[in-house]
Write a protein that binds this ligand. Structure first.
Ligand code: CMC
Length: 390
């Protein structure tokens, strides 16, 4: 149209106004609904922050209690949905299983998924918060050949999730409060991050009038990529590769700087943060502590520390303002808890779910929302004739 600006990767283009999350990337500030992430991570809970993101204010104790109760009541999956897992190979990546099962979940609620019906929206918000963790845990159980456990609604959200992952039918499950608190904190840190690729995907899909299940399933797929949520898995793979290869950390960093084979320092860099990611700061602080409290010693943590130290003092990283992001240290903690590497990104997805749902609703209830439809600059062939026999 002559007015179309070209902006690869939307580096300079805002797609919406939003009142949910504030980021100052230069100063390393992150706030949900005005509350600093540091305070929420310290004092709040996953479900309380989810409420805050969704409804804009912290819940009263009664509101939180009622909501928690409602979510517990919706944890069961339809028995038929369990067959879905049997159709997939045990080697299936749990992110694929999670996105596919989330899309499949909508088939049980056809007729109750009208984006324009606030009661449907509310119910499906609760359904997803309750059931996606169960799906993720079942993806894990399937991959290790263990039976699915039923949710235990006498437990808190986080303990229920841990039990579904690590409990079994043979022994009573023992809650480990260190692990519960550590996971709760990590989930809070992931709950929202304004218009990142997966959230933008959720909004774009939602802008077409698609229901919440379809929109969230699309968001999970966007999160899967190694430049986004998949980075937490990629970091652990990178650390393990360095350890196993015997290559020095210095030499690895050299290869990154020379962009040899496109190798990157995974868990470093961010589109918005040009300073230490405030989430990474909190994760790093707790990594030492959690490993110590869980009685786990992992040389990969020392390796990560060494990598960070070298990178932060290197001109390549300084000039480009590359700092550790949230994914750099989370994997070491998830590993210490006993999660296999391939569960790291599903954990990110469970963390981010409240943010996706909050953005979907903000988009849905904003009278300014239009279908998302970017422009392009056409650079292909001019008009030409299809060749016909003379
Ligand atoms: N290692 C080495 N070089 C890097 C890295 C890295 N991790 N990140 C950026 N650079 C370089 C990049 O090559 C470019 O250099 P040059 O100017 O010489 O071409 C410069 O820094 C600017 O980077 P960019 O790719 O233009 O930045 P972007 O905003 O498009 O990408 C990013 C942001 C997060 C995709 C990128 O930093 C990256 O690929 N990081 C590694 C993957 C990762 O950790 N992702 C998790 C992001 S945080 C949580 C989440 O969203 O899931």
């Amino acid at each position: 149209t002559g007015h179309t600006a070209l902006d690869y990767g939307f580096v300079n283009t805002a797609s919406t106004k939003s009142a949910i999350t504030y980021i100052d990337g230069d100063q390393g500030i992150l706030r949900y609904r005005g509350y600093p992430i540091e305070q929420l991570a310290k004092h709040s809970s996953y479900l309380e922050v989810a409420w805050l993101l969704l409804y804009g204010e912290l819940p009263t104790a009664d509101q939180l209690g009622e909501w928690d109760e409602k979510i517990r009541r919706h944890t069961l999956l339809h028995e038929d949905l369990k067959h879905f897992f049997s159709a997939l190979p045990h080697t299936a990546h749990p992110m694929s299983v999670l996105s596919a099962a989330t899309a499949a979940l909508s088939t049980y609620y056809e007729g109750q998924s009208d984006p324009g019906n606030p009661e449907h929206v509310e119910l499906n918000t609760i359904r997803m918060l309750a059931k996606l963790p169960v799906i993720a845990a079942y993806a894990h159980k399937k991959s290790i050949g263990q039976a699915f456990l039923y949710p235990d609604n006498s437990l808190s959200f986080v303990d229920n999730f841990l039990k579904l992952n690590f409990g079994n039918h043979a022994e009573p499950y023992e809650i480990n409060p260190v692990m519960s608190r550590a996971l709760e904190r990590l989930l809070i840190l992931h709950e929202d991050h304004e218009q990142n690729a997966s959230t933008s995907t959720v909004r774009l899909v939602g802008s077409t009038g698609a229901n919440q299940f379809s929109s969230i399933s699309a968001g999970i797929n966007a999160l899967y990529g190694p430049l986004h949520g998949g980075a937490n898995e990629a970091v652990l793979d990178m650390l393990a590769r360095i350890r196993d290869s015997g290559e020095s950390v210095q030499r690895f960093v050299e290869r990154v700087k020379n962009k040899e084979d496109g190798v990157k320092l995974m868990g470093f860099g961010h589109r918005v943060y040009k300073n230490y990611d405030p989430r990474a700061k909190l994760v790093k602080e707790s990594a030492d502590e959690v490993l110590r409290e869980l009685g786990v010693e992992d040389p990969l943590l020392a390796l990560a520390n060494e990598l960070e130290e070298i990178a932060l003092n290197d001109d390549y990283f300084k000039e480009r303002r590359l700092y550790p992001n949230v994914d750099f240290y989370t994997g070491v903690i998830y590993k210490a808890m006993g999660f296999p590497t391939r569960m790291f990104t599903p954990l990110f997805a469970i963390g981010r779910l409240p943010g996706w749902l909050a953005h979907w609703r903000e988009m849905q209830y904003d009278p300014q929302t239009k279908i998302g439809r970017p422009q392009q600059l056409y650079v292909g062939a001019g008009e030409r004739d299809y060749p016909t026999e003379a």
